[in-house]
Design a binder for this molecule. Structure first.
Ligand code: ZN
Length: 248
């Protein structure tokens, strides 16, 4: 007698729910706003990987709180925040984000802020978490426009990752990257479109971008050292955004 094969019921993920890779920076906070505008339930996930500056982890809750104050309608949609330990990255990589080194270009043509495999690991951990929570969308603030040449921010990498994670867990994940083709000025403009001037102010005041972890100086675009590549990009983007605003 032929034995019947057990029919596996496919796991279904909820396409109205999203998990945002959230660092407390401007890009991921804008992605959180983008997700809150579209999905019925949004959670955030972050990673502690031995960053040189824990300020990134410290600003998570203040950023979330400030965004909810700016757009109270989002409060009922915002769910859990979780920070996973990804300390193994700090163990294996010698980069200026995990060690006290000067930021410069390496022989591979990439800045030494590049942590090999970092985003790939983050997506994998986020997908494992989303699977357990039944969440269908994973949102990340990766971007090819200002991407410093990081190969794990490329659209091709994200599409391959989406396929690998969906195949490997036998589900249909959607990886959303709303900033992929957007420059820093347009990222500010996106925040303004989604949550008005109150959300722009929340981004300025609470999100953190500076590579050196400094928050003692306040510029019109927020807190930072004002000179590192991340501050420079943020400052120029903000100036361009405000200049465009004045023209319209
Ligand atoms: Zn800086």
């Amino acid at each position: 007698m032929a034995r019947r094969l057990a029919v596996k019921s496919p796991m279904t993920l909820d396409a109205t729910k999203a998990l945002v890779l959230f660092s407390g920076g401007q890009d991921s906070a804008t992605c959180l706003a983008w997700a809150l505008d579209r999905f019925s339930h949004v959670e955030t996930i972050g990673f502690d990987y031995g960053q040189r500056h824990l300020v990134e982890l410290d600003v998570r809750q203040p950023v979330r709180d400030a965004m909810m104050a700016a757009v109270p309608a989002w409060k009922s949609k915002l769910g859990n925040d979780v920070v996973l330990n990804a300390g193994v990255l700090g163990t294996i990589s010698e980069t200026s984000l995990t060690r006290d080194m000067e930021i410069k270009m390496g022989e591979d043509g990439l800045p030494n802020t590049f942590v090999p495999g970092r985003n790939l690991l983050f997506f994998t951990l986020a997908a494992a978490y989303a699977y357990r929570r039944g969440i269908g969308h994973i949102v990340a603030g990766v971007c090819e426009t200002d991407y410093s040449g990081y190969p794990d921010c490329r659209n091709d990498t994200i599409k391959a990752m989406e396929q690998a994670l969906s195949l490997g867990m036998d589900v249909n994940f959607i990886l959303d990257t709303p900033l992929m083709w957007v420059d820093k000025a347009a990222t500010w403009a996106m925040a303004q479109d989604l949550g008005g001037e109150a959300l722009v102010e929340a981004m300025v005041e609470e999100t953190h971008t500076c590579y050196l972890g400094q928050r003692d100086q306040r510029f019109d675009w927020g807190y930072g050292c004002g000179t590192c590549p991340a501050c420079d990009l943020r400052a120029k983007g903000y100036a361009k955004f405000r200049a465009q605003g004045n023209l319209s």
